[in-house]
Design a protein around this ligand. Sequence first.
Ligand code: FES
Ligand SMILES: [Fe+2]
Length: 361
Amino acid sequence: MIKNLNYIDEAIYLKEKSLFFNESWILVAHKNELLNNNDFVALDYFGNKIFVQNYNGTIKSFQNVCLHRFNTIHEEPFGNRVSSCLYHNWTYGKKGNVVGLMCRNSFEKDHISELRLKEYEVDFCGDFVFIKLNEQTDKKLSDYLGNIFSPLEEISKHFGDKTIDYTIEHKVNWKLLVENVLECYHCTSVHENSFAKMGFGSVAPEKFDFFDAHSWCEFPKGESAKPSKIIEKALADRTLKIQGYLHFYIYPNAFISSVEGKGFYFGFMFPESPSKTNLRVRYFAPKFEKELNESQQNIIDFINNSSNDSLDLVLNEDKKIVENIQTNLVNFKDSSPIFGDEEFRILKFYEYFNKKELKDI
Ligand code: FES
Ligand SMILES: [Fe+2]
């Protein structure tokens, strides 16, 4: 049984951090973010700055710190530019080697040609891009994801273009964010005017699966406000047509979800301290069977904008609650939260995580 102390204690937080590094493959990007030569996505993972980048069609991942005098190479979280450091323009190639620098003759040539950025192994689950943090482990990505691999691979193929990418700070322990997204028991109360209106939260899920701490679940749609005919027609040719709200948790950091295949959310947590976690929020448009004409595209742009607004609303509704909880825990250190049947994915997560914690630490 997890104690509230586990959400606030510094020593426990540090142990959890080492757990993440010991085993993990992490889901860092979707291929649609890296389609063109020099597209990149950067992240700061517990102080480790890392980027993934398209080098003429090959996706590679390296430390995001220059070997000259340690400036950050890519300062933006995503973009399109060669991997060159903006301090003195050292430029890195697909092997992490220095391929361009000013005044090359002023440096010892052999030394420069031996330099390599630390590289992270990249692998794919469908169109999702994973990197391996722990080079000591030889666990393959397919073994890491187990039976979650194929449903995750399937959903990845329906992502369209990325429409938003921003980060929201949460004054909470990372586990509160995990717990919050693993159940829809709170949907009818917290998301009364957003999610519940769309018809989610009132019917218990029937389809779900687990592997280690990973899980997916489809929440069926109940009664909802009548969908707009124009919107339904505009989305009729999307490639993924599901009835419900599909949600994946990919341990330790990633959340993937979709409401009826009408768009795709990709959340990624960056724990910063026992009581602070940044959530990077990305949203992707749906993919369509045929190319859209201009007027269809205009309607889809409108739908994407309103999906982004709804997502923002839902995230802020959750943020308010979980931040509230975090402030209360210090006074109830030895108490524990109570999880019921509707919160079964949380129980499964802790079943795995607590065992791991005991074994590895
Ligand atoms: S620190 Fe990067 S080029 Fe000098
Ligand atoms: Fe929520």
